[in-house]
Design a protein around this ligand. Sequence first.
Ligand code: C2E
Ligand code: CA
Ligand code: CA
Length: 551
Amino acid sequence: MDRAKASLTEPAGQRDTALAPAQRDLLALAIAFGAIIMFVGTGGSVLSGIVRSLAGNGAGPDRLLTNALLLNIALIIFGWRRYRDLTGEVAERRRAEEQARLLAETDPLTGSLNRRSVAAQTDFLVETSRAQGRAVAVIMVDLDNFKQVNDVHGHLAGDEMLREAARRIGAQLPPGSLLSRFGGDEFACVVAFDPAHGEAIDRLAEALIDAVARPVRYNNVDIETTISLGLTRNDGHERPLDAQALLHVADIAMYHAKKHGKNGYAWFDPAMETELRFRSELEAGIRSGIPAGEFVPYYEKQIDMASGELVGFEMLARWNSPRLGVVKPDIFIPVAEEIGLIADLSESVIAQALLEARKWNPRLTLSVNISPVQLRDPWFAQKLLKLLVESNFPPERLEIEITESCLHENIALVRSMIVSLKNQGIKVSLDDFGTGYSSLSQLNSLPFDRIKIDRSFVTQLPDNPEYATIVRSITSLGEGLGLPITAEGVETEEVYKALAEFGSFNAQGYFFGKPATAEQTRDELAQLELLLEPPAPARQVSTRKRRASNG
Ligand code: C2E
Ligand code: CA
Ligand code: CA
């Protein structure tokens, strides 16, 4: 890189010359200047001698002086030539330097500034704008589904998408604004505006969103993307921030806009920083907590309403965080999914749960929740079967719960996975039913064993007639498809009784008990005489068989 730069700024062949071009430039000028002075000094008398001799009144000019004059003329010509060459050289060098600067400051794909150069130019813009009584807004722009565009349409389409996004963003910016590509699919815009009219920046943000949302045609295919924007203004902070800091807080705001649904914009707020700090603390905690065994299974009872009997447990993950205490999965599951650790986390808690459930009466089932992210892994079924083999747990007693959102993903992959799991004897239920608008045909095309009505409908059943209608229609749907139903979120006897009127369900919820630790669950099962004696390692299998026939 440095070498390339050197060859651009310094023409080859002159690199070893002892004098720098500016010095050579000066020397040539000095020689020419000296020659001119000497020419003026000697030239007068020599020329008058020549004129006199030509007119026939006198001897010719002094020989020595004539030679001196000729040398002077030669030196003037030499000096002038040298000067001209050097100015040409300098111009050439300046052009090369300019080109190198452009290369170093701009993004070759889109022609906008790059990350390195935008900060300095932002500082400059902030300063000149301040002198004119204007404020500066920094806008971070990020394409929402760029990875998908690359994956689905290829990298060339991705490049075209970036170029077009840069063109459209640039076209919306007022003159004098800066546009920079931050690498990947991230852009930063810096715009001066009248501080009394911050709403102009809101309007600009909306215009940017609309402009980029128009489809991009590539190879006869319309490709669409949306953007998320984070905004901040230089005059909106407790203490003045430099360009780097402004870009950083705009980035935090952009991250916030992404979190809250994408395809929109957010102004930076200091609370976002706290949120972000908490988030990175969570990430680090999860990363170190998995190998440290901080993630453990809790168990929630599942009851057959017809007989009132306990039929099994749903395993719910908990995080025993040394810093935060017991953390609920709604907090850590989405983070683990995003940082690519959900499979590790899930496998760790499932492995613990399988070992624990082997101590229970064999008629009790174990349900585990599986993230949509895990279902994208073609090896998921193999991994789950490996866990079953390692813990020697019968597949028939295991039920996996997947949510409706899985049905919107690669349905062919999900279907083949479900089929292979079912071939091994594992049951599959559709969790949180009613919240994800899964189409009936999709539901019908996948071989589910059970539907779980989402707890939001069940919890408020007695107070909300609409929810009663929903529960009723899910019930008849289940009957029509021959699928048994579990109602979750049964908190009170009132709900329990209301449910009983709709039909026969399995039920779970706080009415039967809150999710409990392995130890608590073991104690309770022991009281119900549903716990196997701790098996002696060598006689493990026969013990289980004997108990199974008892249960
Ligand atoms: P879910 O599968 O719908 O689990 C039921 C949630 O409802 C649990 O929350 C449970 O504690 C709660 N719940 C149970 N009975 C009642 C009730 O009567 N009233 C109310 N209001 N809530 C009740 P939890 O344990 O916080 O889990 C939240 C979600 O986290 C679960 O929802 C599940 O989707 C997910 N999750 C839990 N463990 C795992 C896991 O190991 N892997 C994955 N991927 N997701 C998990
Ligand atoms: Ca569940
Ligand atoms: Ca659920």
